[in-house]
Design a binder for this molecule. Structure first.
Ligand code: FIX
Ligand code: ZN
Length: 410
């Protein structure tokens, strides 16, 4: 196969393969306002909020936060899209979404775009977005401490199989005393806000009952760059004494998302988190000491990526995934995907969307598919050149392995 034909074939197969999106912040319609979608949500995505203040340093944070959602969207649109070119990854994403939905944005008229999108009901829009993105399912971020979410699980639950649950327990790591109160409120026998033996047992019961209730595909938490597991802190106890044992007992993977510097600038609210290098040895220690627990790991710092790949080579119970958040840029996806294929072959999950707004799965996957396809083409060309035949079926099998969710189940 010549290289042009190979590139065309890889591109087609990647575009035709339905994606298993293993980490998003999306929800099915049953969750009401928790499902964000539409042009104003797209434009006010927190990545673009941070960029707004780069273009407008004279703008007071509070002035922005006091605006209505539509006013915020108008301001970001004028600033980033009209008075400048939407050239950053997040801004380009909005352009890609409009283009893929067949909306002509050439005259930069936001009111017209809003009107064009009003033709869809919520459920029609969900269908349209999933079809356009060619995503077979999106794994949600389900928080058992969230006051909007808990009543949904206690009543209707989720019946839309395009949205699959994941139990997300950051609260336990970040503010155990507050979660202790909430667990007690949900009827669990929490006798103190300290993680003593009885409280650990009650916390595990709480987690197990939520696993029974929502049937998650994994248990997950994001963790700071300065995470420690040997300091006897609440965080360490929650990880070692609650989450890992519960993951083991329920035969569920434990997903660790490591490297956030939460609220580096609190004035930016959700847009105010940053990144820092973390200690990859923590991942190695946990994987080594818990060979019967499967770990899904993504790290936020570019500097951690090579060490993480090598660590994954050492532990069959460790699967790395995604180019998370600040790494979800074409130049970095290219580098990380090549590095991962070179060290791990196809035994990794190259990407997740992290979409917070439904429509974003369209652009996140259009952009990622392109880069992953280019890297794969290069890697196939290299083995063809070395004398190995690569068939269409081979490529289909491989792409389905890395993008179709198969590695979640191993
Ligand atoms: O913790 C997470 O799951 C992060 O992905 C988010 O909280 C973050 O705000 C985000 O949207 C990243 O893409
Ligand atoms: Zn996320």
């Amino acid at each position: 196969m010549d290289s042009k034909k190979l590139a065309q074939q890889v591109t087609k197969i990647i575009n035709d393969t339905p994606i298993a999106d293993i980490h998003t912040h999306l929800y099915s319609e049953a969750f009401g306002d928790l499902l964000l979608y539409g042009i104003d949500e797209l434009i006010t995505y927190h990545y673009l909020v941070a960029e707004l203040f780069r273009y407008k340093p004279e703008l007071e944070y509070e002035t922005y936060w006091n605006m209505s959602k539509q006013q915020q969207a108008d301001l970001i649109w004028d600033t980033i899209f009209v008075n400048n070119s939407p050239i950053s990854e997040a801004a380009r994403g909005v352009v890609t979404v409009l283009n893929k939905l067949g909306i002509d944005a050439a005259d930069k008229d936001l009111t017209k775009i809003r009107t064009a999108l009003q033709q869809y009901s919520t459920s029609q829009y969900i269908d349209k977005v999933f079809e356009t993105a060619n995503v077979k399912y999106a794994i949600m971020t389900n928080d058992p401490f969230d006051e909007t979410e808990v009543p949904v699980w206690d009543t209707t639950g989720n019946s839309d199989t395009r949205f699959k649950p994941a139990l997300r327990v950051d609260g336990l790591l970040n503010d155990f005393p507050l979660c202790a109160k909430k667990m007690a409120h949900q009827g669990f026998k929490i006798t103190s806000k300290n993680l003593d033996k009885a409280v650990i047992t009650a916390t595990k019961d709480f987690l197990s009952s939520w696993i029974e209730k929502i049937k998650p595909l994994y248990i997950a938490a994001s963790m700071p760059n300065d995470l420690k597991i040997d300091d006897g802190s609440d965080t360490a106890k929650v990880i070692l004494d609650c989450l890992i044992p519960v993951a083991r007992e329920n035969n569920l993977p434990f997903a660790m998302m490591i490297g956030v510097k939460r609220q580096m600038n609190p004035d930016l609210r959700l847009a105010g988190d940053g990144v820092g290098k973390a200690d990859v040895d923590i991942v190695a220690t946990l994987a080594r000491e818990n060979p019967d627990v499967k770990f899904l790991v993504t790290m936020l710092s570019r500097e951690n990526q090579h060490e993480l790949c090598i660590t994954a080579r050492k532990f069959k119970n460790l699967t790395i995934f995604g180019c998370w958040w600040f790494l979800n840029n074409p130049s970095i996806i290219r580098e990380m995907t090549a590095e991962r294929i070179e060290t791990l072959g196809l035994t990794m999950i190259p990407q997740h969307s992290d979409a917070r707004v439904l429509d974003q799965i369209i652009y996140k996957w259009t952009h990622s598919r392109k880069v992953i396809g280019e890297v794969l083409t290069e890697k196939y060309s290299d083995i063809v050149e070395a004398g190995w035949p690569v068939t269409e079926d081979d490529i289909k099998r491989d792409v389905n392995m890395i993008l179709g969710g198969q590695l979640l189940w191993r």
